[in-house]
Design a protein around this ligand. Sequence first.
Ligand code: PNW
Length: 478
Amino acid sequence: DTPPAHLRPVEFPPGFGWGAATAAYQIEGAAAEDGRTPSIWDTYSRLPGAVIGGDTGDVACDHYHRYPEDVALVRDLGLGSYRFSVAWPRVRPDGGAVNQAGLDFYRRLVDELLGAGITPWLTLYHWDLPQTLEDAGGWTNRDTAHRFVDYARTVHDALGDRVPTITTMNEPWCSAFLGHTSGRHAPGRREGAAGLVAAHHLMLAHGLAVQALRADGATADLGITLNLTVADPHDPTDPVDHDAARRVDGLFNRVFLDPLLRGAYPEDVLADTAAMQFAGRPWSDVVHDGDLAAVSSKLDVLGVNYYNGAAYSGHPHPAPDDGGVRHPDLLSGTPFPGGEDITEPGRGLPRTGIGWEVQPEGFTRLLVRLDADYDLPPIWITENGAAYPDEVVDGRVEDHERRAYVEAHLRALHAAIEAGVDVRGYFAWSLLDNFEWSYGYGQRFGIVHVDYDTQVRTPKSSAHWYARVAASGRIEGH
Ligand code: PNW
């Protein structure tokens, strides 16, 4: 008898990479040390009601001081790669002059990683824009893209010879549309088309930085990380729901994929948003001649973050039942410019502790679709994971739900590889429990538990399971 697919042993290709990921503001703490100035998340997290519990990244996991211990955790789990981000306001405080003390932290971190035999994967921007640049208009100001290029060159000059992969942006969708349309991420603006303007400037910053680093003689692979989703129609027989799903696919996936990989914005997205204005002008006036040539500069690697898909409707529905996890404010305000009518009614799938659907088959579908629709560079999965309310009991964290989530998603990833998609590696999100943005410290995504009173780290049972998968390149059958 052949066991069903979800129980069969699977084997990843030789050389497949295994890692864990983090981001600067979520783990470092030390918010005012060695010359760091505030970022938009320091400001936003202090706005009343913006972050559950009023949490901030002031201390977080104290990784700034404990990085040797955290690198040792990665090494002890046998993971070959570690993805981290550099904090712009440490390296160029206020977006201005270079701060050697800030750069030195990342020099020490990279030394520690290389000394432990771990390959560093560096992200330049994981959402911590210097507040001074926000005060000048932030990502809605074209000049921010040029300031980003200066910052990227500074980091590349210091570390580019020792870091084999540099990605520009993490998840520009979140920066653009959660930051400027729904206002649920920093800087907390709710200005509709400002999300589209910010998206364009983030992509422009990416493209100009890739061009500048190549001109500087970059030897590292250069790329970007997108968070992508699978948008299904809630009622597959209803054309209104199909149209809602098309619009979400446009404003989540294609609005980034098409400029990057085809050098043009999708026609349907341009048509849907044609009447949307920013500063009294059509938003697309911010797209200048030559911008899309820069944005579509060759990518050496594409990072894909996948957490969940969802089914969308164009009819009014109550918000999905997420078990009451989300603060009502976190559910209000659409992130889709012009998408005030789009609802997500829920379809009865299990949900993780943060209220997101568990939909591993969507991961296979997403990757197969990307491969069919685009001329892709090699892909790495730069994030995938789940939040659950873990507890330490007798020194152990038995997080069976997270292990099941990761196993199901690795099996779905394996199916995409079998179908011919060129995926080279996988990073678990996250190495550590950390500051989960507008949810604060209440949502735990780590494969390693962090006690925020003592800063004690405890690898969860999912980490031990993941370490065995990484060591063998195999998932055992059941
Ligand atoms: C990503 N959404 O954030 C980030 O890259 C991580 O920093 C974060 O901790 C992780 O996923 C878990 O949230 C997202 O609302 C935040 O769709 C919000 C969304 C998606 C990704």
